[in-house]
Design a binder for this molecule. Structure first.
Ligand code: HEM
Length: 390
């Protein structure tokens, strides 16, 4: 997609036929992400723009806060953040360091004696679902259900081939969503009665200036964390390993200097970001941007992956520079919807990549490019077959 983005950036704002307005340059995207006249509210979408989001949004539940505007967004985000809020933020994520390392090691141990693996199915997929389960406080014996639900939700994000496939996909999605919501409702009730040290308990019992979250709000928020925190992290780890295998000198550097993981993950979020664009935004008024008037009520696609390669902002934007400085990429968005899970996602990717290069013996790509998923929003290989020296 990157040559296409370079073409797009020649005109910062373009209209895709009769459809959405595409914004592709760094400063314009950033300014729109901070503009109160741009709405994320799912209920403001035109019917055409809303088509396709039915997969993401459960019609039986109110929108999660990623699809709400202030003040509803801010109240729910603050409530969901509270378990991480000061003084907890660094501690919570830091506390998870040991647990994350243990999960990563367990998954890599299971690959011992294999001489061929699929990094996606064997590692990138299971890792972040397990992490979200631990964060929420899902009992270990129930984690397998989350893996299944996450698989179904993930499959539904890629467009189906035929109408029949679409129908089957919708049906299994409906089922998975219903099961997930019912399961969470039960667990929320349990934690309300007997809280533990986990996020569901905190959301179910905390009182504060914003009041309390209703059970439905807790369920939509927990489901949002699963959807927003799973596939994205899968793709960051897979894109990361692919980029390292294409740049063996950088892989060697990371092996001998794990500290490189910090700037490296930022550069991956700029250079090969899991989230390529933020669709599903609507203008609440006419907005003049880079000399183009985007009319009120227009659907807007913010092409963040293009912004992160804008030569007006980044020197040598098409070069992968693992220790790049001043790297204010748009990989986690910006403004009031900026990624809620960014500190956790960073730590997951840093640990995963460091351990993978340290422990996998002579990993090699079986095919380059590997098979990619068909998805314009989320970019990453569907499979990453590797050979390793068992
Ligand atoms: C929002 C990317 C991991 C939870 C976002 C946004 C981006 C993003 C671009 C902005 C969406 C928008 O403006 O509409 C990523 C990437 C990740 C990642 C690339 C991994 C590499 C996670 C994780 C969690 C999470 C691990 C949770 C544990 C969220 C939530 C929002 C969000 C709840 C909505 C925030 C709001 O609306 O205020 N993420 N994310 N993300 N992310 Fe992430």
């Amino acid at each position: 997609p990157y040559p296409l983005y370079a073409e797009l950036r020649k005109t910062p704002v373009v209209r895709d036929e009769d459809g959405p307005y595409l914004v592709s340059t760094y400063w314009e995207i950033k300014s729109l992400l901070h503009d109160p006249r741009v709405s994320s509210d799912a209920r403001n979408l035109t019917p055409e723009a809303a088509r396709g989001t039915d997969l993401e949004q459960d019609p039986n539940l109110p929108p999660a806060f990623i699809r709400l505007d202030p003040p509803e967004h801010d109240r729910l985000r603050r409530l969901a953040m509270r378990p991480f809020g000061p003084p907890h933020t660094p501690r919570r994520v830091f506390d998870m360091h040991g647990e994350l390392t243990e999960i990563v090691s367990g998954l890599i141990d299971a690959l011992r004696d294999r001489d061929a693996i699929d990094l996606v199915d064997d590692f990138s997929y299971p890792f972040p679902v397990t992490v979200i389960c631990r964060l929420l406080g899902v009992p270990r014996e129930d984690e397998k259900h989350f893996h299944e639900w996450a698989d179904t939700i993930a499959a539904s994000l890629d467009p189906p081939g035929t109408d029949e496939e679409r129908q089957a996909q919708q049906e299994s999605l409906r089922q998975a969503r219903g099961d997930l919501a019912a399961y969470l409702a039960g667990l929320v009730e349990e934690r309300r009665r007997a809280p533990r040290d986990d996020m569901l308990s905190a959301m179910a019992t905390d009182h504060g200036p914003d009041g309390q979250m209703s059970p439905v709000e807790i369920i939509t928020t927990a489901a949002l964390l699963l959807v927003a925190g799973h596939e994205t992290t899968v793709n960051l780890i897979t894109n990361g390993m692919l980029t390292l295998l294409r740049n063996p000198d950088v892989l060697q550097r990371l092996r001998s200097d794990p500290g490189l993981a910090v700037p490296l993950v930022e550069e991956l979020l700029r250079f090969e970001p899991p989230v390529q664009m933020l669709p599903q935004r609507t203008t609440l008024a006419d907005i003049d941007i880079a000399g183009t008037i985007i009319p009120k009520g227009a659907p807007l696609y913010l092409m963040v992956a293009s912004g992160s390669r804008d030569p007006q902002r980044f020197t040598d934007p098409d070069r992968f520079i693992p220790d790049r400085t001043d790297n204010q990429h748009l990989g986690f968005g910006h403004g009031l919807h900026n990624c809620f899970g960014a500190p956790l996602a960073r730590l997951e990717a840093q640990l995963a990549l460091t351990e993978l290069v340290r422990r996998l013996d002579a990993p090699r790509l079986v095919e380059d490019p590997p098979p990619y998923r068909r998805n314009a929003v989320l970019r990453g290989p569907r499979h990453l077959p590797l050979t390793v020296s068992g």
